[in-house]
Ligand binder design. Structure first.
Ligand SMILES: Nc1ncnc2c1ncn2[C@@H]1O[C@H](COP(=O)(O)OP(=O)(O)OP(=O)(O)O)[C@@H](O)[C@H]1O
Length: 300
């Protein structure tokens, strides 16, 4: 079953493009990544899904219910963490969270305590006295306190230190193991790779690709950079799968896609001083998809 189903969703802010013809779906129990650079349209898509803004075209359903008509009903089972959190600074954390909990028809007090403990958040502090990262934690508790069936996170990790990020990811994985579906937006590919099963890539308001993370990785070039103690013969790297090769005496750089074993054996023959093998970053993956798209159009 699809928990989220988006069909040709479009949002223009006056004449300015927000998103255009966005279509993808998220299955029940998935951790789904939504990735794209700043301004690509992630927040616009999410805010439209939550009926915080209205689409100019297309439609979407959550739990099989229409996002506009059934918005109130949908909200009961959705937890949302916005990319920026604003609070009434004068309130205590626990008062704010109890107030948030009062919108749901259930007792959330135990869950609030559990989550605050887990995230090391002091419920008795005033919001005003919290750091940016701690305010983010308040947002996380607020999004999760009613044990939603769907969690929608918009750039959730900004402001969290690496240890807290790990705790947060563990928390999300536990929820997911209980059957909760997660939509996770980010512009950081590595965190999406760590957590998600599938990903939709958005750029300039349009979906470029919806793909399994595993396929995305397999189909991508790895970046090699090798430094050697003795000069490198470039001819050793006349291999299928290598491109953009650059040599500079004791240093060689190239991109490689394919079986790693033969290339690793060839590298092992060198007198290595240093070695880097890196995953391409998000921009490089985008470029890869744009190249493919443009080539595709040439054939038409
Ligand atoms: N209220 C608004 N009025 C006019 N244009 C807007 C508004 N909100 C967003 N946009 C535009 O819509 C496009 C998509 O923005 P959006 O915030 O959805 O992107 P994003 O992928 O979430 O990026 P970021 O990570 O920077 O928030 C951008 O070009 C942005 O300038």
């Amino acid at each position: 079953m699809n928990v989220i189903e988006i069909n040709g969703l479009t949002k223009f802010y006056g004449k300015a493009r927000g998103i255009e013809d966005v279509t993808f779906s998220v299955k029940e129990g998935e951790i789904f990544g939504f990735i794209g650079p700043n301004g690509a349209g992630k927040s616009t898509t999410i805010r439209t899904l939550l009926s915080l803004i209205y689409p100019t075209g297309g439609s979407a359903a959550i739990f099989g219910k229409d996002i506009i008509k059934d918005a109130r009903e949908i909200k009961k089972d959705v937890g949302y963490l916005p990319s920026e959190v604003f609070y009434y600074d004068n309130m205590k954390v626990k008062d704010l969270l109890n107030y948030s909990a009062s919108f749901y028809n259930k007792d959330c007090s135990t869950r609030i305590k559990e989550l605050a403990d887990r995230l090391d958040l002091d419920l008795n502090k005033k919001i005003d006295d919290l750091s940016f990262g701690n305010k983010k934690k308040v947002g996380i508790v607020q999004g999760l306190l009613h044990s939603p069936k769907l969690i929608i996170l918009d750039e959730p990790t900004s402001g969290l230190d690496p240890l807290m990020q790990q705790t947060f990811f563990d928390l999300l994985k536990e929820e997911n193991e209980k059957g909760v579906t997660i939509l996770f937006s980010s512009h950081i590919l590595s965190e999406v790779q760590r957590l998600c099963d599938r990903v939709a890539i958005i750029k300039d308001g349009k979906i470029v690709k919806v793909e399994k993370i595993s396929t995305l990785r397999e189909n991508n070039y790895k970046k090699f950079h090798i430094e050697t103690k003795t000069p490198i013969e470039q001819s050793r790297f006349n291999f299928e799968g290598i491109k953009d090769l650059e040599t500079d005496g004791h240093s060689i750089r190239f991109l490689f896609k394919g079986d790693l074993n033969p290339i690793m054996s060839r590298i092992a023959e060198l007198d290595i001083a240093n070695l880097w093998i890196e995953e391409p970053d998000l921009e490089e993956i985008f470029m890869h998809y744009y190249e493919k798209e443009e080539q595709g159009h040439e054939h038409v």
